[in-house]
Design a protein around this ligand. Structure first.
Ligand code: GTP
Ligand code: SPV
Ligand code: MN
Length: 591
């Protein structure tokens, strides 16, 4: 059966046309709308979303162009148990991914998608990941029955005609199908078919599950392609650090979900760092490939922020606060009576009364949180006053340092540097972090999250470590590798490190190491800054003793740490590169 009406395609690409026709026949939408990405289209779709109650228009005096969205209360985070990597063999997906044979998954999901868009419009959303004209960029086409997805993709990616122009007549594009169905959690699947460069996402309307350019294409499919084609797709922010004399150093950093990437990427250095500037290239994803100069070059495939709202304030992240004053979609935060937004940790005191993220009446006496802990803002990256225009450079930027970091209350010091690339890969591979609200499930459990990629690696994690090791041969001047932890606590549960803007002190040491200016001391873990190597000036009562406390390496804790690393190593034992085992043995010997 064909659909009742179809809009006019804005491409002549035969492969795209044939695939859209096939999916139209499957999903049977009432209408097909080919998205151009124009301003006019945005206004029309926004008006329709408001009329249908999908978006609420916020106070346009305070927040011009901003809208509010509530997702279904059972659908507020990524769902790892519903996320599948469907490679031909189970071994390719590896022990850390849910797996099903592609044919079986296609059959199951096509049955669910059959007729799923009756009475709805199917939007054809072409999008470009990365700067136009870059050899690192990739095109995706997402078919969706969600206006919220269309308007969000318009912010998060370069959406519309521009993508079809980049694609031309090529067959090389990601095929993404998304239908909300009835948002029932037991018909929720986020399935990846890396060998077909295809994704099917059903039964959800939450960010990471449905904005298919982001985690699905840019990381799961991207990592699979990266291994095949000799590049990296990583869960990393990218910043440019400008010194007072104009020197620029580019740094990429991988922290797990809700562990500080957006905050670090938009950092404002404390007044003490007069003349230092942090420019933002990306806050979540980096695609990196060796360049002709022998360095690793990075682009941010995205064009927007999908950032955690709670904790965001003018004090913690002034650039983010400025970026979300206009043209922003807020999801699952609290709504005040004057159509403003509020969340825990915002500058303003709690409103006397508001509607919480579920739409229920909320007062400061309520036991529940007003905003969901994983509530988010979706804002154009160019709204950021410190947006680095070289993010639009097709060549990408040369990366001098890679930082790994998790959320750890104990054991892990504030910062240390790996001895070399292989050791650095081991630091990334053994990263642990406490789970957060970004994924459904228990919060606060330490689990291994290698390179912050556990939920995002689209193939066998052991092969992924091998890829990291192999890439060393293709990068003449590899970045130096560091490990950080902003989240160490004292016995009373207070953070030992002030974090946020003060992280500039750590970043400065990293940059100075890379530029050959800073000293360090060898320890069993790696190179660490001595107090004289690290800028502790003007720190408002934070003393050398406090620094030594946050840098403490406790051998007993580290013996336990090495044991708990085995939890992951055992799981993927059959695939783990020997180098990782050797690094483990060397660490044990040094301890
Ligand atoms: P995803 O978008 O899920 O990938 O998260 P992210 O890595 O971008 O994390 P984000 O910067 O949004 O921070 C998540 C939470 O960590 C927020 O509640 C922040 O307030 C908090 N946070 C960020 N940086 C720091 C820090 O340096 N110290 C402390 N204590 N908390 C921080
Ligand atoms: C994350 O969970 O790492 C995010 C949010 O950046 S989501 O897009 O939902 O994956
Ligand atoms: Mn993320």
């Amino acid at each position: 059966m064909t659909s009742k009406a179809t809009g006019k395609p804005n491409t002549t690409n035969p492969e795209v046309l044939a695939w859209v026709e096939k999916m139209t026949a499957l999903c049977q939408p009432d209408q097909v709308h080919w998205c151009s990405g124009s301003d006019e289209e945005k206004s029309t779709l926004t008006a329709e979303a408001v009329e249908r109650g999908i978006l609420i228009q916020l106070n346009q005096q305070k927040l011009p162009g901003c809208y509010y969205h509530r997702s279904n209360s059972n659908d507020v985070a990524r769902v790892e148990q519903c996320t599948f990597v469907c490679t031909e063999s189970e071994e390719e997906a590896g022990p850390t991914n849910n797996w099903m044979p592609p044919s079986q998954m296609y059959a199951k999901l096509h049955a669910l998608a059959d007729g799923s868009m009756r009475g709805r419009t199917m939007y054809v959303v072409p999008y470009l990941m990365g700067p136009p004209g870059s050899p690192l960029s990739k095109v995706g086409v997402e078919l969706t029955d969600s206006i919220y997805v269309v308007l969000s993709m318009r912010i998060m990616t370069r959406m519309g005609n521009i993508a079809f122009e980049h694609l031309g007549e090529s067959r090389d594009f990601n095929r993404g199908l998304h239908s909300m169905l009835d948002l029932s959690p037991d018909r929720r699947f986020i399935a990846h078919f890396p060998q077909d460069n295809a994704i099917i996402s059903l039964g959800s309307n939450y960010g990471g599950n449905v904005l298919l350019g982001k985690k699905c294409l840019a990381l799961r499919i991207g990592s699979y392609l990266g291994r095949k084609e000799g590049w990296f797709a990583e869960h990393m922010l990218i910043v440019g650090v400008e010194a007072p004399n104009g020197e620029k150093t580019y740094v990429a950093a991988a922290f797990p979900s809700s562990c500080g990437k957006t905050n670090f990427a938009m950092m404002v250095p404390p007044p003490h760092f007069n003349g230092w500037k942090i420019w933002t290239l990306g806050d979540d994803i980096a695609w990196m490939r060796p360049g002709p100069d022998g360095m690793l070059h990075a682009i941010n495939p995205e064009a927007g922020f999908f950032g955690v709202a709670p904790g965001t304030s003018r004090k913690s992240n002034p650039n983010a606060m400025q970026a979300i004053q206009k043209d922003t979609i807020y999801t699952n935060v609290a709504l005040t009576s004057d159509l403003d937004v509020w969340w825990e940790g915002k500058d303003e005191p709690p409103p006397r009364e508001a509607l919480d993220w579920r739409g229920n009446r909320w007062t400061p006496d309520s036991k529940e949180k007003a905003a969901h802990p994983n509530s988010r803002f979706t804002a154009p990256i160019e709204n950021n006053p410190m947006f680095a225009t070289e993010a639009n450079d097709p060549k990408g930027v040369p990366i001098s340092a890679i930082i790994f970091g998790g959320r750890r209350a104990t054991t892990l010091p504030l910062v240390y540097e790996a001895f070399n690339w292989v050791h650095g890969v081991y630091l990334g591979a053994t990263m642990g972090s406490e789970t957060t609200a970004a994924a459904a499930g228990q919060v606060g459990q330490v689990r291994r999250d290698p390179m912050a990629m556990l939920p995002f690696c689209g193939y066998n994690m052991g092969f992924y470590f091998r890829h990291w090791l192999n890439m060393r041969k293709r990068i003449k001047n590899p970045p130096r590798i560091f490990n950080v932890n902003w989240f160490r606590k004292d016995e009373e549960g207070n953070f030992l490190w002030p974090g946020f803007g003060e992280n500039m002190r750590v970043l400065k040491w990293v940059v100075d190491r890379v530029q050959g200016r800073a000293g360090a001391q060898e320890t069993p873990l790696g190179w660490v800054p001595r107090p004289q190597d690290f800028d502790l000036e003007d720190m408002n009562g934070f003393t050398v003793e406090d620094f030594q406390k946050v840098q403490t390496i406790n051998v007993e804790e580290w013996r336990r740490e090495v044991l708990s690393q085995d939890e992951l190593f055992m799981k993927i034992y059959a695939f783990i590169p020997k180098e990782m085992i050797f690094q483990r043995e060397l660490l044990v010997a040094r301890l």
